[in-house]
Design a protein around this ligand. Structure first.
Ligand SMILES: [Fe+2]
Ligand SMILES: [Fe+2]
Length: 322
């Protein structure tokens, strides 16, 4: 063993890693994908994480060996160097191995992601907003059922696998923002506030079954084959059956909000918005998702650079100067 084999002595949480840091610590591999560089060379693209955060990681050498060894969701001892690439930090892995007895004990909860905000407080606020703004007894009953069934899941759910709200609590944060936007916009245009609130509550709930985050972040069979619009619709229809005498026209309007919220058929909506409320939900959904891409880029962006890299979802590079 030479000096370079010696591990760092203390914990190195992902959230505290800086560019240039030499890393030798224990992380969970959340995702692993074999990819090719533009020159055609194979490499492994990983996401490593612990409860403090997550970071992309790359393995450039011994690809076959590591591809056979690494299982997404498991914890490994990883050495490497933190580098900056296109304005974001990533870990260039030089060595990775399974945990050994001498590594010590690492409780599973140290590798579970928690929402980057007080999710209980946000959940309480969401419940209070709905309670204060819904008077229709069918909708109130529906929301009660929703909260009983999805409350705990909702607090932890990702809002997406990639791009925006892709973190624990992301779905709750996105839905909560939509409710606030609806309350601001509905009176300006004399829109059906109650319909919009309930449509927003259900619109992305199918994401809780579209992909899983444990043990690894990946699509489910239903998610890959049906997508979250169809799953959200199914969840709504099943829950609505448990509310006696739920009016059919109201049910159809909510269903329309769910299936048209991506706005265009080429983006997965089987029908485009045909009511003012459906159109508004689509636009507010777009507004919140796009602005969260801005804020996530501004947060992660390189302070030394004026513009970000090209962001496909926005179709441009964005100004990083605040
Ligand atoms: Fe959606
Ligand atoms: Fe959404």
């Amino acid at each position: 063993m030479n000096l370079f084999d010696k591990g760092k002595s203390g914990p190195q949480p992902v959230g505290g890693l800086q560019a240039g840091a030499n890393v030798d610590w224990v992380y969970r591999v959340q995702e692993i994908q074999r990819k090719k560089t533009y020159k055609g060379t194979d490499y492994l693209d990983l996401t490593v994480m612990d409860k403090s955060g997550k970071m992309p990681a790359k393995i450039w050498d011994n690809i076959d060996h590591y591809h056979g060894l690494i299982k997404a969701g498991e914890i490994y001892r990883i050495s490497g160097e933190v580098r900056e690439y296109k304005g974001n930090l990533q870990l260039s892995v030089s060595r990775l191995r399974r945990l050994e007895a001498g590594d010590g004990d690492f409780p599973a909860e140290d590798f579970e992601e928690s929402p980057p905000f007080d999710s209980q407080a946000l959940m309480d606020d969401l419940a209070a907003l709905l309670d204060a703004n819904l008077s229709d007894p069918h909708l109130r009953r529906l929301v009660e059922l929703f909260q009983a069934e999805f409350g705990p899941v909702f607090r932890q759910a990702y809002g997406a696998m990639k791009i925006h709200h892709a973190f624990a609590g992301g779905l709750l944060q996105h839905t909560h923002s939509l409710l606030k936007l609806i309350l601001a916009v509905a009176p300006l245009y004399d829109l059906d506030r109650e319909l919009l609130l309930v449509g927003a509550l259900f619109h992305d709930i199918g994401k809780t079954a579209e992909f899983r985050t444990q043990p690894a972040l990946e699509s489910t069979l239903a998610g890959g084959l049906l997508g979250h619009l169809v799953i959200s619709l199914e969840i709504f229809l099943e829950m609505k059956k448990r509310v006696p005498d739920f009016p059919e026209p109201l049910s159809l309007r909510i269903q329309h909000l769910i299936v048209s919220h991506h706005g265009e058929k080429e983006f997965g909506s089987p029908e485009v918005p045909k009511t003012r409320e459906a159109y508004v939900l689509h636009l507010l959904d777009l507004l919140d998702s796009r602005l969260s891409i801005f804020s996530e880029q501004l947060k992660a962006g390189d302070a030394q650079k004026l513009f970000s890299e090209f962001i496909p979802a926005l179709g441009t590079r964005i100004l990083l100067e605040k």
